[in-house]
Structure formats: structure tokens, C-alpha cells
Ligand binder design. Structure first.
Ligand code: MRU
Length: 368
């Protein structure tokens, strides 16, 4: 079920929400933006899987939150009263949702965290486990907002008022629950009168930069200029860019990062023109089980996204061979710093991440 909403500022919408009373995961359909603002109610595993695969909900953190609400709703619908049957069915649904997209680690991160809630509470009645799952999913969403804000604060220390900032794809509010990751320093700077000039790469083939980033920044009053992907060298050579901020889908233990296809080109160009290149990543995106970028699975997407999808008629000969990887890996030596909610991580990244996770564990222990 879906409904097209009234005309209000895009920033007033929630990217992902839970409507528990109606057993629905409510998402803002990002494939319709910017021309139409449509909220979609998802109920079944198939609907949730499709929405993630088709990028109706997209961006690593938003995918994680959608999966958390999604698995809660699917768990709520499991009729079994005994733990073993409930848990078996939970894991089946979890694996299905997890198969929707391979690169963003936030998907499996959120689903594993939800599974842990079942395991930790296995002695409780199934109805009580369902309640704990709901609380956990809400906590994941609330955490996302806090984490993005903290990334914004740390990112803001890396730039000055009036700076030019370039970003690629959409790591904005639409990719998270608020602020975004790469856009968080921009939004906090906007609130504090920094007057940044932002360049948004259009981001072929699915145009997340044009349709989403340019749209949400403009709606927020940020000075944003849309450029085609092949123009980033020109704006950097002109001296218009003081820093690049991008998001990411997975950070390997050695600091290599996977983000939207084209990101590594931007990083290479930034190195050529001495522009600092920052990757903004919640700690949930750092995957210490993936040693290097070469170990990250890169999602391959269908050919029609390149040849036809946003055009009135095909823009390539029928049957042409197409290579359409959705992400690429930026080698850690091209990255100036990785901005997390705990601060800016610098090379050597293995060492920085080790200390980061020690600090995180000790702060979490103190809260218990
Ligand atoms: O294919 P998408 O649109 O989901 O790709 C999104 C990106 O590459 C984002 O930069 C990344 O997920 C970070 S979002 C905060």
C-alpha cells in the first residue's frame, strides 16, 4: 500500500518508520524523488526485500534500520509459542532479508543484532522476546540519529566557514534517519552559519547525487551545485573544493572502504589536487571481519540501469554488454581520515580501529 503525500519540505519526512499498530514498515520511496514524495507501507518479507533491492530504501544506515524494523514485524507475525520453532523461523526470515544487498554491512549488522536479542532472551516467553525486538529496532534507529550527529561534529572540525565541499552519491538524511553521514558536517555547519559551497556529483547510473543529495541540500537552504561525475577534476583543479566528504557501505580492517561506484575516482583526483578526502562512517559500518577491500563483495546490478532506466528511450544499442558494479573500493592510502562517531580515525587504520573498538566496549560496559 502506498500514498503520495502533501507538499511539505522533504527534510520533514522520516526515511524509515515503524507503524506498529498497522504492522507496517513505512518508507519514503527514494526511487520517486525528487518529482514525487511517496510513503510506502511494507508488510511482507517479499515487500521489504524488494524495497531494499530496488533502492526504494537505500543508503547503508537506512537499510540497517529498515531491516531491523522489518525483522521485528516478521518476528511479530510468527505464530509459534515455543522458542526453538520461533527462533528457526526468525533465522529463516533473517537470512532472506540479508540476501537483498551484499555490500552494505549495516544490513547484516542490524539483523545480527536483532538475532542476538532472541538468543539473549531465549528463556523468556516468545511474546516478551517480540517486545524486546521492538525495543531493539527502535534503539537502532535512535542510535543512528545520535551517531550521525556526532559524525557531523567531528567532521566540522576538519573544515572552515566558506569552504567548498564535494560529495558523491547520497550519504545524506535520506540515507539515514537524520543528518546523514557525509552531509552531517554540512547540515551542522549550515545551522551555525558556515556558508559552505557544496558540489554534488550526479552519481551515474542511478543519480543518487542529483535526485537525492542536490534535492535535500537545496531544500535545506545549502548552497549546492550539481555536477556530472566527470567534472570533479575540473572543480578541484579550479581550487573550488577544500574537502571531500563521502559515505561508505563497508570499511575493511585495513581502512579500505567500499562506497558508491565512482568514489575511488574522486579519491584519486582529490589526491592529485591535494584535497583532503574524508570517509564518514558509523562504527557499525566498520567490518573487522573483512581484512581488506579485496574481500568486500561488490554488488553487480542489472544492465538496464545503465542503458535505459532514467531515459525516455534507450541510450545504448540493444544487447550491448554492460558492466554495472554498484560500488567500488577506495584504497586506504587515498583516504585522509575516516570520520566516526568517536572521532577522526587516521592511518594506520588497523591500530586506530583497535583502539576505537576498545573504547566503545569500555563505554558500553560502563552503561551496563
Ligand atoms: O546503492 P546505494 O544508493 O544504497 O549506495 C549508497 C552509498 O553508496 C552511500 O554513500 C552509503 O551507503 C553511505 S549512506 C550514509
Amino acid at each position: 500500500m502506498s500514498n503520495t503525500t502533501q507538499d511539505k519540505n522533504i527534510m520533514a519526512y522520516e526515511t524509515v518508520a515503524l507503524d506498529d499498530e498497522n504492522n507496517a514498515l513505512v518508507i519514503l520511496d527514494q526511487t520517486k524523488l525528487p518529482s514525487s514524495t511517496k510513503l510506502v507501507n511494507l508488510h511482507t518479507a517479499q515487500e521489504i526485500w524488494d524495497a531494499i533491492y530496488l533502492l526504494k530504501v537505500r543508503g547503508a544506515p537506512a537499510i540497517g534500520v529498515a531491516a531491523a524494523f522489518g525483522i521485528y514485524l516478521l518476528a511479530k507475525g510468527i505464530e509459534a509459542q515455543d522458542y526453538d520453532t520461533f527462533y528457526r523461523e526468525f533465522c529463516r526470515q533473517k537470512e532472506y532479508l540479508n540476501s537483498a544487498r551484499p555490500t552494505a554491512v549495516n544490513l547484516s549488522w542490524a539483523l545480527n543484532r536483532m538475532e542476538q536479542v532472541c538468543v539473549d532472551n531465549k528463556d523468556l516467553p516468545v511474546s516478551e522476546i517480540k517486545q524486546r525486538l521492538k525495543e531493539a529496532a527502535i534503539a537502532i534507529k535512535e542510535e543512528d540519529i545520535r551517531v550521525c550527529k556526532a559524525i557531523g561534529e567531528h567532521g566540522l572540525t576538519l573544515v572552515k566557514p566558506g569552504d567548498g565541499i564535494l560529495t558523491h552519491c547520497n550519504a545524506g538524511q535520506l540515507a539515514t534517519c537524520k543528518y546523514g553521514t557525509a552531509t552531517a558536517p554540512i547540515y551542522l555547519g549550515q545551522e551555525r552559519g558556515y556558508n559552505f559551497r557544496v558540489f554534488a556529483d550526479e552519481t551515474r547510473p542511478l543519480l543518487q547525487g542529483a535526485r537525492l543529495t542536490a534535492y535535500e541540500l537545496q531544500a535545506s537552504g545549502v548552497d549546492v551545485t550539481l555536477i556530472c561525475d566527470n567534472m570533479s577534476a575540473t572543480v578541484m583543479r579550479n581550487g573550488w573544493v577544500n574537502a571531500v566528504f563521502v559515505g561508505c557501505d563497508r570499511v575493511a580492517a585495513n581502512g579500505d572502504t567500499a562506497n558508491k561506484i565512482g568514489t575511488s575516482v574522486v579519491a584519486t583526483v582529490a589526491k592529485r589536487y591535494n584535497v583532503p578526502f574524508y570517509v564518514c562512517a558509523p562504527t557499525s559500518t566498520i567490518d573487522m571481519n573483512t581484512p581488506t577491500g579485496a574481500d568486500i563483495t561488490i554488488e553487480q546490478r542489472p544492465a538496464h540501469e545503465v542503458t535505459d532506466m532514467w531515459y525516455e528511450k534507450p541510450m545504448a544499442p540493444a544487447g550491448v554488454k554492460v558492466f554495472n558494479p554498484a560500488f567500488d573500493v577506495t584504497d586506504h592510502d587515498l583516504i585522509t581520515g575516516i570520520v566516526t562517531e568517536y572521532g577522526v580515525m587516521r592511518a594506520p587504520y588497523e591500530e586506530s580501529f583497535r583502539k576505537l573498538f576498545e573504547r566503545k566496549a569500555s563505554e558500553e560496559n560502563k552503561k551496563l
